[in-house]
Every structure is written in C-alpha cells, then in structure tokens.
Design a protein around this ligand. Sequence first.
Ligand code: F6R
Length: 598
Amino acid sequence: MCGIVGCIGRDDATVEVLMNGLRSLEYRGYDSAGIALGPSMTVLRKSGELDALTETVDAEQPVGTYGIGHTRWSTHGPPTDRNAHPHTDENGRVAVVHNGIIENYADLKAELEATGITFKSETDTEVVPHLIAQALDVGEDPATAFHNTIDRLEGSYAIAAVIDGTETIFAARQGSPLVVGVGENCLYLASDIPAFVEHTRDVIFLEDGHRVIATTDGYTLLDESRRPVDVAVQTVSYTAEDTGKSGYDHYMLKEIHEQPTALRQCFSGRSDALEGTITLEEIDSIPQPNAVQFVACGTSYHAALYGATALREMGVSAKAYLASEYALSPPPLSLGTLVVGITQSGETADTLAALRSAQSRGVSTLALTNTVNSTAARECDHAVYIRAGPEIGVAATKTFSSQLVGCNLLAEELVEGRRDLRPLIESLRNLPDDVQSILDSSKAAELVEEYGDSEAYFFIGRGTNVAVALEGALKCKEISYEHAEGFPAGELKHGPLALVTPDTPVFAVVTGDDERAKKTLGNMKEVQARGAPVIAVTDGKSNAAEIADATLSIPETNERIAPILANVQLQLVSYYLANALGRPIDKPRNLAKSVTVE
Ligand code: F6R
C-alpha cells in the first residue's frame, strides 16, 4: 500500500540505493513510481511498474547526494504520471512522498486553492508540499515548516520530504509504517526493512507521532510535541538473501517452497514432546478467555475461520469477524473475551481499527503476526509471532500455513485443562516433511493442463476445511484472475449449485473420515451429477479419491493439521494456473501486499 524510501549519506550511490529500495518495496504497490534528489531537487516519476521509472532514470542519469522515492498503490486519483509521487509545490522547492490517506485533504486543498495555488494532481498528498512551501514563504525555517504542516494533517501517513537548500530529509509517521536504517555515516528510511537490508540491519522502529530529521551529520528523533525521543537501535536477523528470489521464477513459488522451513520455525521450541505439552511463553500467564473473537482480512481471515472452528471444537465460544466490518459494527463483548487480530503484516488498517475498537471497549487483545514490532504487535496487549520470515509475494502462502500452526499453538495454550497433545505434537513435527513430500510429488501442474481453460473454479469443504476452500478460491482469483469461489460444502445446494456446469471443476477438500467427510462425499456426487469434474484434495482416509475424477493427495496426519497440507496443494494449483495464463504472479493487478488504508 505504497512504499516509501529515503537515503542520505550515500553520495554517488543515492540513485542506486533508492531504485533498489523501490524494487524491494514493489509488493506494496506498483501503479507508478518516482524519486526526488537533492541538492538539485530533480524529480522523476512515471506511471506503470518500476521498470518505466528505471528506463527514465537510465536515460536521464540524474545525480543526487540524498533523496526520497515512492512506489504507489493508488487511492486518490488514477495511476497517471501526474498522480505519481513525489509531489512538489509550485516552484519545486519541496518534494514529498507519502503512504496513507490524509483525511482532511479536501479542506486543506480548498484553503490552499483560495490563496491562488493550482493543484497539478488529484492526490491527497499534494497538499503537503504546498503547505510546507507556504510556511517557508512566511519565513518559517524548514524544520518548523515541516512540523507545522505535519501538525495540520489528519489521517494516516508515513511522509518523507526534501526541501531545497537544506541537505536534509524530513520524515514523520502516523498510522503507516516507517522504519529507519542506521548505516555508517548514512541513514535510510523506508516503509519496510527489505528496502535497505542489503546496506544495514540496524533498525529503528518508529512509533506513531515520531518525526525524523536526517542530515549527513546524523539524525534527530522527535515526538509529536517536537521533544527528542530515544528509541533503541535494534539489529534484525534477516538478510538480503531472505528477500531475494533465490533462483525461483516468482517470490510466490519460492515462498511456497519455504514452507517446510517456515513451519519448523513457527513450531520450534514451543512444545515438549515427552510431556505432551505446548507452551507459548509470550502468553503463558493469560487465563482461559470466556470467548475469543478473531478479527482479520483476506487470507488472514481464513486463518481466523480455521482458528475459531478449532477453538469451538475444543468447547470455547469463538467466532471470526472480517476486520473491515468489526470496527464499524462491533459485536457485543463480554468481560473475559479475548480479541485476536491475525495479520501477517501487522499493519493492515482494517485489522488495526478492529483491534483498537475492541481495546477501547476494555477487553484484552492479542496480535498473531509475522512482523516483529509491527503496529499490531506493539498496540495489542499480547503478541505471538508466527516466525515465517519475510514474505514478498503479494499472495500470502507460507504465512497462511504458519498462521494455521499459530492458531493451533494459541488454542492449546489458551484452553486450560490437561490433554495429551503427543499426537498433535508429532503431526506438527512431521508437518515440514509432509509439506516437502507434497512439494516433491504434487500433480497440481498436470491438473492445470487438464482443467486450466475452464469457465470457473469452485472449492468446497466442511469444518476447518471451509477455511481451506475459501483460501483456495481467494488465491486462485487473486493471481490467475479466473472466476473462483469457495463454499462450505453443505451450502452448495442452497444456491451456488446453479453455477455448477461441466465447465466448472470443483475442488473438494476432504480430510479424515468423520461425518463431515462423509457428507462432503455426498456433495461431490451432487456436483458430479451436474456434470462438473471433481478434484478431491484428500488424505485417503475416506473414499473421496474413488469418487473423484482426479485427486491431489496429502499425507495422513492429525485431523487439525490435514487442512494445512490440503492448502499447499491448492496453492500449487493457483500458482500453475496463473503461470499458464501468463499472469504477473507476484504483482497481481490492483492489489498490494500491505493494505494500510481502510
Ligand atoms: C491474499 C492476501 C491478503 C491479506 C490481507 C490481510 O493473498 O495476502 O488477503 O491476507 O490483505 O493482510 P495481513 O495479513 O497483512 O493483515
């Protein structure tokens, strides 16, 4: 959801640092991109993916000793050259990049227009350089002009600005991520660490209200009252290699193949196989909640559905809510309810709003997230990390699998009472190898050859496999652009069956051989009777494979773990389908990885 980058102190390497930084932030938006360089105040910006800007940069060979850059996911105004960041004031003295939404921009714009200023773009961001320039015109020094402008903004933002004649980068954070990389005699700023991790792993995680004034002599951190703040520099563990493609054609495929490692990391050190216990030290002291409400979006919402189903099966009242609905239509909360936000990035605006709404009503909150020190992790009362490692592909894969493991760990930690967890622990221990065996033997690519030109794709399942069916469909539509829908298997006959034809393959996720599996077999027959080919994603415990027209097999495992394996097969189906259709898999149209606007 827009990526911003900045660097000062790298002299001749500035353009290269900014362009490389933007390349690793492209997952946050790829509608347009731009850079502004000081001291010349050169601004280059281009609509389209970063390659378009790269061509311009190669042709124009701009120079600068410090600068800022932006890769855009459009909110206000379509992805055109003139809406691309950086935005400038009328005389090009101030250039600004911004991630977020300035909610009072219409009022500010009207005020600026009344003074005779003509806007060049349709963005909310453009008010910022004009306000700074106006403040300079009335004699304010650059830092004061910057602070006074930031004070007037409402909404969410991570902003970086350069002002002619200052050799300084000014930046501020409110509600959108911004991290500082501390190098030797140089400083980096970015929406996310991958933008500068090849240069430094020493990082300052800014908090809302923080502002940074960076010069070649060093940096000053201030709070919103402009008082100096002392924030510790932390050394992050991941390296530039973690954020590269390592020879894979796409980040998505790389990340699908990283799942054995990710799952091992998620589970490591959190169980005692001999005792048959699971412990999440981070939340060891939380008493069992009376009820659990999950809030999340997209793929993470599917993890929430899985988590809620698992908890209900353990006798705890639990429900998953779409975060975008939760904040504005909050459900009743009783004392002792725990609200769990599941969010890979920890920065999703809808999820943060839902968590804040719960917090404002006095209940305890917990973030299940991949991102250490993210806003969700910092704002919630508790944080549990899924430890999947950096995920760059816009489509969440390894983080979804890790979220499902995280939900199991969470459920076992939260629900009191002695249970013998040895079978579950054994399955969780075997999970990385089981995933690897699917990656080594999956028939997903062949299946796509057979069914890859269908009209639509449907996915069905029951119990925790509903989450897998919905996720299978989301992944499919997101990266292949094909029509795909997921349904609880029993719901088909209440309407969606009307869509089923011989040209709509149905993926039936059938694990175990309980009543749910048996009923799903009936649903498979119902769609077959309408001529649809059925692909069973199954562990072979039921006779789903005998009924189905084709099968994607998963190893036998614990019933709670089987959905994680089934999902890996469906990830591969979506990947190969999108690949066969020539889609830009890591950068699906109109999407961005981290959605920091509501
Ligand atoms: C789809 C996908 C999105 C995210 C959603 C929430 O592949 O990745 O649906 O799951 O935008 O993001 P997080 O988990 O960062 O809150």
